[in-house]
Write a protein that binds this ligand. Structure first.
Ligand code: ZN
Length: 132
């Protein structure tokens, strides 16, 4: 009998949510399986892991079709993070959300009104999450 799904699952392992790479099951500890963090990333200092997770979170807000009020209050918290990079990224996305919380026609609006923000999106790579 051939069970393609089982085989695929076994072969493909899991995605680590920190480094983003697809790793075999052996690369995860029992706890790592549940939290989706590979053994290598589990050894990173907590601040480093949190930085990666916060960045992912911020980039994801731009992928969404709408940045909600709840997202905005979370971004406010992140924008005062002691981690300068996180604070800067969150600040940019906050600006974006203030001008155009909905993704539709957002970039057109920024081209017209706030090229400075558009430039920041380009500099930080946030534009890649947003997409053109
Ligand atoms: Zn990893």
């Amino acid at each position: 009998m051939y069970y393609p799904n089982t085989i695929m699952k076994k072969r493909c392992g899991h995605y680590c949510r920190i480094c983003g790479s697809l790793k075999p099951n052996e690369a995860f500890s029992g706890k790592g399986h549940r939290t989706h963090v590979c053994k290598k990333c589990a050894r990173l200092p907590k601040e480093k892991r949190e930085e990666i997770e916060c960045k992912d979170e911020i980039f994801n807000y731009l992928r969404q079709s709408h940045i909600s009020d709840k997202n905005v209050s979370r971004l406010r918290k992140l924008s005062v993070s002691p981690n300068e990079q996180i604070a800067a990224l969150a600040g940019i996305v906050l600006d974006v959300a203030e001008i155009k919380p909905y993704k539709k026609r957002r970039l057109k609006e920024l081209v017209k009104k706030r090229r400075d923000i558009l430039h920041k999106l380009e500099e930080t790579g946030l534009i890649l999450a947003h997409g053109w």
